[in-house]
Design a protein around this ligand. Structure first.
Ligand SMILES: C[S@@+](CC[C@H](N)C(=O)[O-])C[C@H]1O[C@@H](n2cnc3c(N)ncnc32)[C@H](O)[C@@H]1O
Ligand code: SF4
Length: 455
């Protein structure tokens, strides 16, 4: 993409990991709304139960972090937190139809692996004792390898997980040092073979757009990762939002790459991944050709929730536990408080701890499906959407900000193919799918919300 188009389209737009984006949530939504939404969710589809558990603690805070993370607390506080999570789970699952099955469990953070592994194993056992699972459920955990010994990895590998995401970020120690992050304690190749031997899938997370990264240095990092043959690779575009996390200002002092350089860094990673047979999912996920996510993409039925990409097989309504955790039910999003002490007190006094949320009206549910289709599959196929939403094409378009002049501008700028049956984002414009999605979003008209830029 040339500089003119890069300048035109590299403007703040939502990341659309959910619709509506989380900054539209309102604090008028509370515990009673959540209880209503849980009760209703039993009769809505998808019927599978997807569980998210948020472990907010981190040993050290990385300067680039955009996640809901907090500096480590005492062992007593951690154990009080886990007990509260168990109580919250009990309160919520007692309202769920017991014939429903778990399709996903995901531990995110923060760093779930910053706390003793025994706590995580207990939570897994607690959940799996209460519900049946579908065949081959996804039970996944995000791991920061900076603090895990070989014994920790061995224990983790016997704790019921089917997938591990290794937070590599960059292999270059100069980059890691500048963002206050420790490299892996033991060789990553050793970790990968241990997890493989235990029969688990291995993902690697990288992030680009950090100080000291160059196309060459990042290419070296990605090559090193690819040589270990992870099943899935994610290259996150660093989202610089210092109004959310002031630590990010440190990175401005170190010097952040400009747009052109950042795009070149991503391009270098993408080329290596493609040369090694990885297929692109969405913008920044890369998987092997036989991965079920790629198979779903080819069938244009890939999905996404707050836990990441999923298929129809594993898609469930998401019931989320712990501070800041976001439940994603059909028709309602609900987010818990971010205050760890308040969360523990609320739960111990027998109430839930909802801070905010969003109840989706029918137009928003339709827009959410269209935007998810664009973000996941690069295509809004009106006939397909019409069949899954059970309404006519014109009704779908009426729910959107469907502006033919704007869409034609995308066509002229080489971003999309457009005809009466579909909007299709062109492969060379995949990095700007967010802009196409944003153009259809009624909620952005006159919105004063802040977002990050696509590149
Ligand atoms: C909860 S974090 C990862 C888990 C673990 N704490 C770790 O750091 O390895 C999930 C992923 O979000 C990505 N991430 C964190 N901050 C980001 C930001 N500001 N912009 C883009 N990606 C970010 C990182 O690449 C990270 O692997
Ligand atoms: S990137 Fe991971 S380890 Fe670093 S502060 Fe964020 S959540 Fe914690």
């Amino acid at each position: 993409m040339n500089q003119r188009l890069l300048d035109k389209y590299n403007v703040p737009v939502p990341r659309y990991t959910s619709y509506p984006p989380a900054n539209f949530f309102s604090d008028t939504i509370g515990n009673d709304d959540y209880i209503n939404a849980i009760d209703k969710s039993n009769s809505l589809s998808p019927s599978h139960i997807s569980i998210y558990i948020h472990i907010p603690f981190c040993r050290h805070l990385c300067y680039y972090c955009g996640c809901n993370s907090f500096a480590m607390r005492s062992e007593d506080k951690i154990s009080a937190y886990i007990e509260a999570v168990k109580k919250e789970i009990t309160m919520v699952i007692s309202r769920l139809d017991s014939s429903r099955k778990i399709s996903q469990i995901h531990y995110g953070g923060g760093s779930p692996t910053s706390i003793p592994v025994k706590y995580i194993r207990e939570l897994n056992e607690f959940l799996l004792f209460r519900f049946e699972t579908i065949e081959n459920p996804e039970i996944a955990i995000e791991c920061h390898p900076g603090y895990l010994s070989i014994n920790d990895w061995q224990e983790l590998s016997h704790s019921g997980f089917t997938r591990f995401s290794l937070g590599i970020q960059d292999f270059d120690e100069k980059v890691l040092k500048s963002v206050n992050r420790r490299p892996s304690l033991i060789g990553v190749d050793e970790i990968v073979s241990l997890l493989r031997d235990a029969g688990a899938g291995v993902n690697m997370d990288f992030i680009y757009g950090l100080p000291h990264q160059t196309p060459d240095s990042f290419a070296e990092t990605i090559s090193k990762g690819v040589n270990m043959s992870p099943d899935r690779v994610v290259t996150f575009s660093y989202a610089h939002v210092p109004w959310v996390n002031k630590l990010m200002l440190q990175l401005e002092k170190e010097g952040l790459p400009d747009n052109m350089k950042k795009a070149a860094i991503f391009e270098s990673a993408k080329n290596i991944l493609s040369d090694n047979g990885y297929k692109t999912i969405g913008i920044d996920h890369f998987v092997k050709e036989n991965d079920e996510l790629y198979v779903a993409l080819q069938e244009r039925i890939l999905h996404r929730n707050f836990q990441g990409y999923c298929t129809r097989r594993t898609t469930g309504q998401v019931y989320a536990f712990g501070v800041t955790a976001i439940s994603q039910l059909t028709g309602a999003y609900v987010q818990n408080t971010k205050d760890i002490d308040k969360y523990i007190n609320d739960i111990n006094s027998g109430t839930l701890s909802v801070a905010k949320g969003y109840i989706l009206n029918s137009d928003e549910q339709i827009t959410g499906e269209v935007i998810a289709a664009l973000m996941c599959n690069g295509k809004a196929d009106w006939n397909y959407l019409s069949s899954i939403l059970n309404i006519g094409t014109e009704e779908i378009k009426a729910a959107l900000n469907y502006d033919i002049n704007k869409l034609n501008e995308f066509v002229n700028d080489g971003l999309i193919n457009l005809d009466e049956n579909k909007i299709e984002v062109l492969p060379q414009a995949a990095g700007f799918v967010r802009n196409v999605a944003a153009s259809l979003d009624k909620l952005l008209i006159n919105s004063d919300k802040s977002f990050s830029k696509p590149v």
